[in-house]
Design a protein around this ligand. Structure first.
Ligand code: GTP
Ligand code: MG
Length: 139
């Protein structure tokens, strides 16, 4: 994705609360192009694969439960400096520490149910995009 693409997921809590439209508007208003988008459901096993990097952490089981509790909206987004700009747009992992106006400040309920995911590196954005989409490099 060479620096201009990131992967994001609106998490089950925010989808359930009806925030898809509001979140997508914030993302587009911030200058991100939606390259690919899909509403789908993760099983606990798939959620565990997606967050395999956290397999040894004490919150891994909770993370799998929360991420498979309902549908998610997966998307690939494009913008210059996509990874860093998107992490800034979503705010800190714990919404209690998130800046005003960020997606997590606006919509996250807790550290566990924090509304949205954003890739943390170009390498992981590519892996995560491939987890949900095929052939998206053509989009
Ligand atoms: P993602 O965009 O979802 O990957 O979040 P992040 O990159 O801001 O944080 P990280 O990848 O470190 O953690 C993944 C998810 O695990 C977070 O979004 C939190 O919901 C959850 N998490 C992270 N740290 C903790 C923790 O210390 N305790 C608990 N209960 N959950 C945590
Ligand atoms: Mg992360």
């Amino acid at each position: 994705m060479s620096g201009n693409r990131t992967f994001s997921m609106i998490k089950p809590d925010a989808v359930k609360d009806g925030h898809n439209g509001a979140i997508l508007k914030i993302i587009e208003d911030a200058g991100f192009r939606i390259v690919a988008i899909k509403k789908t459901l993760l099983t606990p096993e798939l959620a565990g694969q997606f967050y395999a990097v956290h397999a040894e952490r004490p919150f891994y089981q909770t993370l799998k439960d929360v991420m498979s509790a309902g549908p998610i909206v997966a998307m690939i987004l494009e913008k210059d400096n996509a990874i860093a700009d998107f992490r800034e747009l979503i705010g800190a992992t714990n919404p209690a520490n998130a800046n005003e106006g960020t997606i997590r400040k606006l919509f996250a309920k807790s550290l566990e149910s924090n509304a949205i995911h954003g890739s943390d590196s170009d390498e992981n954005a590519l892996i995560e995009g491939n987890f949900f989409f095929s052939s998206f490099e053509k989009f």
